[in-house]
Design a protein around this ligand. Structure first.
Ligand SMILES: [Zn+2]
Length: 143
């Protein structure tokens, strides 16, 4: 499952990447561009805009109208609706590249799993936000 998110869903886009889903985030794209990106890339359009949602559906582009405003609820709304499972993969929240486990950069903390983005050269590890999201998804039966 791949996604494209509208301008209002930047945080959701980052979290979908963190839980491993290929998510394009186009904050400055207009409605037509978003619909084309979804259509051309075989992506599911995520939007908070009812008008855009209806236009996408009329053009046969799969879309989800996001109603929740809290990030954890947004994520569980999507994962429940689509029956998604966590893949075990994780992507760079900034650029969407698949992260590579390991790495020994100077800023890597000593404990826990570490991932590196091959494109940004940034290191990530599972901090408190990640743990909170993961616990919530686990509680809703996703893992
Ligand atoms: Zn990156």
């Amino acid at each position: 499952m791949r996604f494209v998110a509208d301008a209002m869903l930047g945080k959701l886009a980052r979290w979908l990447r963190i839980i491993g889903y290929d998510t394009e985030y186009l904050p400055s794209a207009g409605d037509d561009e978003l619909i084309s990106a979804a259509e051309g890339g075989g992506r599911l359009l995520l939007t908070r805009d009812g008008e855009l949602f209806r236009r996408a559906v009329r053009r046969g582009v799969p879309a989800i109208l996001i109603k929740s405003t809290a990030i954890v609820e947004e994520l569980s709304e999507i994962t429940r609706t689509l029956g998604l499972r966590l893949s075990g993969e994780t992507r760079c929240p900034l650029c969407n590249e698949l992260l590579v486990e390991g790495g020994d950069g100077p800023d890597v903390p000593a404990r826990g799993k570490v991932w590196e983005c091959p494109r940004c050269r940034k290191f990530y590890w599972h901090g408190t936000h990640w743990l909170k999201i993961n616990e919530t998804l686990e509680a809703s039966g996703l893992r």
